[in-house]
Design a protein around this ligand. Structure first.
Ligand code: GLC
Length: 715
């Protein structure tokens, strides 16, 4: 349908039909129309007739169900406006990839795009047209369960990887049936919930929003994301879902966004417990005025808009929202083919095909981060290994938001080792939180017969994801006890971590000879972990979220401000400086950190000029030599510091990075260009600018070290 015809279609719609387009309910209400009139549908205020006016649905589906629902729906929809099917396809659909926080540790934009491309092919083959992804909320508090869905603490990485996901899902043309409409979320700053407690209050200066939290959403919509989701949280006093400054002034007027805005689950009616709406009528009015086009999972719009839209200005807002939703359906060709060419055959051939498993294995290998290695890895195949722990043969390694993943498809760590044909002395799967004395003694006896002990430890999946927030980020005591027990046997002791957040690893690091952060690695996790343990993949992951020494350090992140009393500056001052008396300020593992089997040496820094005028660019380069025995990937990071600005600026800010593959004894020169645009920021008067003056740049392998140089920006 031509976009001009959308207005004609809109003019034919009744008020009720328009309101229906703004409402999103579960697909389950359509599986069997006879039963769906009972149960939870009764809590939703709409009639059986109105059910055939609903605009979009979310939830469980396959190709056959989609065909049946869409057919019955179109048989009952007066104007033949098709349903649009949405879903949470967050890190894969049937082929599950590592959680996004893990994927971000690959620092591999192309790979991340590839995972979204695979997810779109699989999800669309099962009848979906849209996914509530990417999530690009900046996260600095590992107590929050949803750090798993983010790309970490850095603004640049969340921007780059969010855009890569949008490209992968939408593939440049939504008329292509193998694509998904992307929905960037959660707008805005959901990851800054106080105390790391989900749904909690967010209060952030506009300066910090603009410099640190907004850019990933902005870049994703500039990359073409056709929908955006409002977040549950209050933002500076007003819930995001009713925040006109956020949804109209910033998103529409300043950023020029023309796509659809969808509320998060129930967020419209949550305006009532937020205390900003007295009832559903209020909630509907505030949401529509603020700019919510689609109300997810509740029916305040159906309840309130027939009356509210007697006011012409409200009806205009309604018409604008309906038009955006119809345009979205038109974007993905639903008016031409409401089924987008799905078929059971196509679905069967697409889901979990061998090529997609290969992508999952590559992603899990590149997402793992080697935190410690006292020369015990890679393992020799001749050594006799015992595998112990709650994740030894546990297939629950997909992580939260893997709704369509199947545990039966998972390669466990045990299976991964078996596939390597190594000498596996034994496998002991233990409980997460307690190991009986008998079991412990039995394990010790078996472990005595092995040459190498591999512990597969971690968090239970439900301790992560939405509402999976914790006040304690250490491993369960039983796992630490097991670790200490094994340590006493004086054998090489390797710890594999399956978890969804930065943990306090203070105890683990002391006891283990090697620690590999595997995250929730997805369907091919076991194969990828075995690849790394035996050197078939040289670990290259770099942390994108700092690992605190303890929960007392939170929030701890690399791009903090200096303060007026920076510890580094006041070395002779014992007390009166910004510090803790009981722990260092630095995290246990910093942003950008990760080891490998190679050793990389940085030297021979070169800068084209020490002065940069606003109209030109300078270049800097560094030599990186692999002085190790293994070919490896190195991620060279370029950080910047604005020494004097209108506002206090971070002590370090990642502005560029490059990944290179270097063979043993090979040297590569890595070059970056810098221009004035790289130095801009938002000041307190909402001006986006750069300052003439001194800038410090650092080239290094992580945010805690590197080779620095200064450049002066001149007019
Ligand atoms: C959830 C999440 C959101 C998800 C939506 C639909 O509560 O906050 O990320 O996309 O509801 O499931």
């Amino acid at each position: 349908m031509k976009n001009e015809e959308i207005k004609t279609l809109l003019s034919k719609m009744t008020l009720e039909e328009k309101i229906g387009q703004l409402t999103q309910i579960r697909t389950s209400y359509y599986y069997n129309s006879n039963t769906s009139a009972t149960g939870t549908i009764s809590k939703l205020k709409f009639t059986k007739e109105q059910k055939w006016m609903i605009g979009t649905v979310l939830g469980k589906l396959d190709a056959k169900m989609m065909f049946e629902i869409q057919k019955e729906y179109l048989d009952n929809n007066r104007l033949g406006i098709p349903l649009l099917f949405m879903h949470d396809i967050i890190h894969g659909f049937k082929t599950i990839f590592p959680i996004p926080l893990a994927l971000s540790c690959s620092w591999d934009e192309e790979l991340i795009e590839k995972t979204a491309r695979v997810a779109a092919r699989e999800g669309s083959s099962s009848g979906y047209q849209a996914t509530f992804s990417p999530m690009v909320d900046i996260v600095r508090d590992p107590r929050w369960g949803r750090v798993i869905e983010s790309f970490g603490e850095d603004t640049l990485l969340n921007s780059i990887f969010g855009v890569a996901m949008v490209r992968g899902y939408q593939n440049g043309d939504l008329k292509d049936p193998d694509t998904l409409i992307s929905c960037v979320k959660h707008f805005a700053a959901y990851g800054a919930a106080e105390g790391g407690r989900d749904y909690n209050t967010v209060d952030i200066s506009e300066c910090r929003l603009r410099n640190e939290y907004f850019p990933p959403y902005y870049e994703a919509i500039k990359a073409g994301a056709k929908s955006i989701m409002s977040s549950f949280n209050v933002l500076n006093g007003i819930p995001a879902t009713a925040n006109t400054w956020l949804l109209r002034k910033i998103l529409r007027e300043e950023w020029g966004y023309e796509g659809v805005v969808i509320s998060d689950w129930g967020a419209v009616k949550e305006l009532i417990p937020h205390g900003t709406a007295e009832n559903s009528i209020d909630a509907a009015k505030l949401s529509l005025k603020a700019g919510i086009d689609i109300e997810m999972a509740t029916t305040a719009y159906f309840e309130a808009l027939p009356e509210l839209c007697k006011d012409k200005s409200m009806e205009k807002l309604l018409d604008d929202a309906v038009e955006r939703i119809l345009l979205l359906k038109n974007e993905c060709g639903l008016f031409e083919d409401p089924y987008r060419g799905i078929s059971y055959e196509k679905e069967k051939q697409t889901l979990l095909c061998s090529d997609f498993r290969k992508v999952a294995r590559e992603a899990a290998s590149k997402s793992a981060v080697l935190l410690k290695n006292s020369d015990v890895l890679p393992l020799e195949r001749s050594k006799n290994v015992i595998l112990i722990g709650p994740y030894a043969s546990n297939s629950s390694i997909l992580g939260p938001w893997s709704l369509d993943g199947d545990l039966n498809d998972v390669i466990t760590i045990e299976q991964g080792l078996i596939n390597k044909n190594i000498r596996l002395e034994g496998v002991e799967t233990t409980c997460f939180n307690e190991i009986s004395k008998e079991k412990s003694e039995e394990i010790i006896e078996k472990a005595k017969r092995a040459d190498v002990i591999v512990l597969a430890l971690g968090e239970e999946e439900e301790k992560s994801g939405e509402a999976g927030c914790v006040s304690n980020i250490t491993l369960p005591e039983a796992q630490i006890k097991l670790l200490r027990c094994m340590k006493k046997l004086n054998k090489p002791l390797i710890v594999l971590l399956i978890n969804g957040r930065p943990l306090d690893l203070t105890n683990v690091i002391e006891e283990a000879d090697a620690v590999l952060e595997c995250w929730f690695p997805g369907t091919e996790g076991g194969n990828a972990i075995a690849d790394i343990l035996y050197g078939d993949y040289n670990p290259s992951g770099k942390l994108t979220m700092s690992f605190p020494r303890g929960v007392g350090q939170i929030p701890v992140y690399y791009n903090n401000l200096a303060t007026g009393r920076p510890k580094e500056l006041l070395k002779n001052e014992k007390r009166y400086k910004s510090q803790y008396l009981d722990v260092p300020n630095e995290p246990l593992f910093p942003f950008g950190y990760g080891l490998g089997y190679s050793k990389f040496k940085y030297d021979n820094l070169n800068i084209s000029k020490k002065e940069l005028s606003k109209k030109e660019r300078i270049s800097c380069s560094i030599n990186v030599t692999n002085i190790g025995k293994y070919t490896g990937i190195e991620t060279v990071q370029l950080y910047m510091r604005d020494k004097v600005a209108d506002i206090s600026r971070p002590v370090k800010q990642l502005i560029k990075y490059k990944q290179i593959i270097i063979n043993p004894n090979e040297t590569k020169t890595v070059e970056f260009t810098i221009d004035e645009k790289d130095l801009r920021y938002w000041n307190g008067e909402n001006q986006y600018k750069s300052d003439e003056g001194l800038f410090e740049f650092t080239l290094g392998k992580d945010s805690s070290e590197g080779i620095s140089f200064e450049v002066r920006l001149i007019s």
